[in-house]
Design a protein around this ligand. Sequence first.
Ligand SMILES: *Cc1c(COP(=O)(O)O)cnc(C)c1O
Length: 345
Amino acid sequence: MSESWVELRSDTFTLPCAAMRASMAAAAVGDDVFNEDPTVHELEALAAQMTGKAAGLFVPSGCMANLIAQMVYVRRGDEVLVGHESHIVLYEVGAGAAIAGVQYQVVPGDGRITSEQVESRIKAGTFHTPGTGLVWVENSHNQAGGRLTGMREMEAIGAVCRKHRVSFHLDGARAFNAAVALGVPLKELAAAVDSLSFCLSKGLGAPVGSVLCGSEAFRTAALRFRKMLGGGMRQAGIIAAAGVYALRHNVDRLAEDHAHARILADRLAAFPGIELDPAAIETNIVIARLPGRDAREWEHRAGERGVRLLALDKERVRFVTHLGVDRKGIERALSVLEGVNRDVS
Ligand SMILES: *Cc1c(COP(=O)(O)O)cnc(C)c1O
């Protein structure tokens, strides 16, 4: 993170620290397409252990993890049942449709879904109609403002899926944020689903990669699709080492990012003309509404004064806290934003 910026656009802007880089330089490597990279094995075993699943598969990105999961579970033409404005629907260039051949049944709401909604929408395929091939939860949910689906709801959705024999997958790009905020180890959250992915390259601070975790059979099927999509990597231990470092050092500290998001939200909510419910801030994402004003102008003015935020649309701005922003950075952002809020009416 450059000293001159307070970077709040996304937790994807986190940079590897010196110790993480040292672990990358020192990593033992081999050809992972031949299944011979010891550091990739170490990362996959650690991810499996932390999620309580039988196996992990290192993949280049969260988007590829999501696409692979859909390819593994869903017959072409069948449906993925998914919450409003989920990442697979909004931000993956239609890969589910273009490549996996799925269609989405989008559940209305803020992005989170309930077991009742799943129960009423899940359906068996017939000669005429697509069936539900997969139930999909994003937790925490990005567009909902980092909101959480709690343990009880995850378990209830899992029970509905088992009853109907439909697979249940967690897009856990920020699953560690969710687990830390819910106060449970990730393996408890993951116990409700058949499989999940999490991003190493967001709040965990690694430069590249995600891990898909599930049963051995899931991994075997996923491995074939990873190769098909061009995601087989050779001496990938160089980047897997950063993931191992991230899992060992950067999970518990996510609580700090959540505390920073809360401070930001509490104070922003008191600014005139801003709509924001601080009680809805559960993790590291803060979305504020600026009714009647131009979010892009806000983004621009804040940027000129060294605070980077993201205009999501005409009236909404997003702030994401992460290990590259400390308490001082939050204070600096708030004083700049106070001025921006005064100037851009
Ligand atoms: C970032 C993100 C992804 C995709 O991750 P990439 O590594 O950027 O491909 C998937 N799902 C959610 C919810 C995300 O926030």
